[in-house]
Design a protein around this ligand. Structure first.
Ligand code: HEC
Ligand code: HEC
Ligand code: HEC
Ligand code: HEC
Ligand code: HEC
Length: 183
């Protein structure tokens, strides 16, 4: 099934290849040929401010996104890791948002965060390979430590299109083999 997709896709190599190598601005132009991965302006169940945590209080990204350097997925923190602090930090500005965190913890229900960055099912993106090669989170996700609630900045976030992946792979001499990214 996956292989069939790739075989069918090979027909489009020429066109895509041209678009992908347009250059630094490639990710803009690639849009027409390769539909973007979704960067949804989703509404989150709790207004979680990245700037407060990763900026003001300088909590390391990987304290929460704990599996970025050893797994394909960066990981979203379970409600238990929020409670490490919010058992004692009620929140001075938005205590009602922190109260929702406590409610989920007490009820034993996970917070239903909505996914923002997602590549299509036929694409493989391994966080560990990038993080271990020294590519900063910010190179791909922007200055998250300065961002408030992510949904409000998601539209400005970089689209995850093939031309963008390829431009950097060319620059950094990483693989451009179709099969490393496509199933
Ligand atoms: C290492 C400690 C720490 C962890 C872990 C932590 N927080 Fe916080 N959080 C804080 C601090 C400190 C504030 C700022 C509180 C203040 O200024 O009164 C805050 C603020 C907040 C706020 C805004 C409330 C306000 O009044 O500013 C929300 C919502 C929130 N946190 C949710 C979460 C969620 C959800 C998690 C887990 C994914 C989490 N926090 C994990 C320390 C933490
Ligand atoms: C205190 C915990 C905490 C810290 C520290 C933290 N994050 Fe997050 N992050 C979260 C939570 C909770 C979510 C899910 C809610 C949301 O999307 O805002 C999230 C979502 C994200 C997403 C979007 C995921 C998706 O749905 O596609 C990205 C990207 C991200 N964080 C990057 C970072 C980066 C980069 C840093 C460091 C500069 C960082 N985070 C620091 C808790 C944290
Ligand atoms: C080379 C670009 C790149 C780098 C570097 C990168 N990411 Fe990502 N990130 C992505 C892409 C692409 C996705 C969507 C992946 C998917 O759908 O499988 C994503 C998805 C995510 C998500 C969504 C949930 C998950 O579990 O994957 C979080 C959270 C996240 N990244 C956080 C981080 C953090 C924190 C760092 C730094 C430690 C980081 N990313 C480094 C490109 C990157
Ligand atoms: C900012 C630069 C950058 C961007 C953007 C980037 N990558 Fe990479 N990628 C790298 C580097 C550097 C490596 C090599 C890591 C190594 O040598 O272990 C790599 C390695 C990989 C690998 C492993 C290749 C192998 O040889 O096994 C895959 C798969 C991959 N990237 C997929 C993607 C996808 C999919 C995207 C876009 C959604 C993307 N990358 C965007 C820099 C980037
Ligand atoms: C560095 C990673 C990477 C490499 C190498 C790569 N691609 Fe892609 N490709 C992507 C990403 C990311 C997308 C956008 C997927 C999406 O829409 O979410 C994509 C999209 C596509 C699409 C459009 C599919 C659609 O969703 O309509 C085709 C066709 C395609 N790639 C074929 C190829 C072929 C053929 C090669 C080899 C010449 C190749 N790709 C190499 C990452 C890569």
């Amino acid at each position: 099934m996956k292989r069939l997709w790739l075989t069918a896709a090979l027909g489009g190599v020429l066109i895509l290849g041209t678009v992908a190598f347009v250059g630094g601005q490639g990710e803009q132009d690639a849009g027409a040929a390769a539909p973007a991965t979704t960067v949804e302006a989703a509404s989150q169940p709790i207004q979680f401010p990245h700037n407060t945590h990763a900026g003001q209080f300088q909590i390391d990204c990987q304290y929460c996104h704990f599996s970025a350097e050893r797994s394909v997925d960066a990981g979203i923190p379970p409600v238990e890791s929020c409670m490490g602090c919010h058992r004692v930090v009620p929140g001075r500005n938005n205590p009602e948002e922190v109260a929702k965190v406590v409610e989920h913890y007490n009820a034993g229900t996970p917070i239903p965060w909505r996914r923002i960055y997602k590549v299509s099912d036929h694409v493989r993106f391994p966080h560990l390979r990038h993080v271990n090669a020294g590519v900063d989170c910010q190179t791909c996700h922007g200055q998250v430590q300065e961002m408030g609630v992510l949904e409000t900045v998601a539209p400005e976030a970089r689209d995850l299109k093939m031309g963008w992946c390829i431009s950097c792979h060319v620059e950094q001499n990483a693989s451009r083999d179709c099969t490393v990214c496509h199933y």
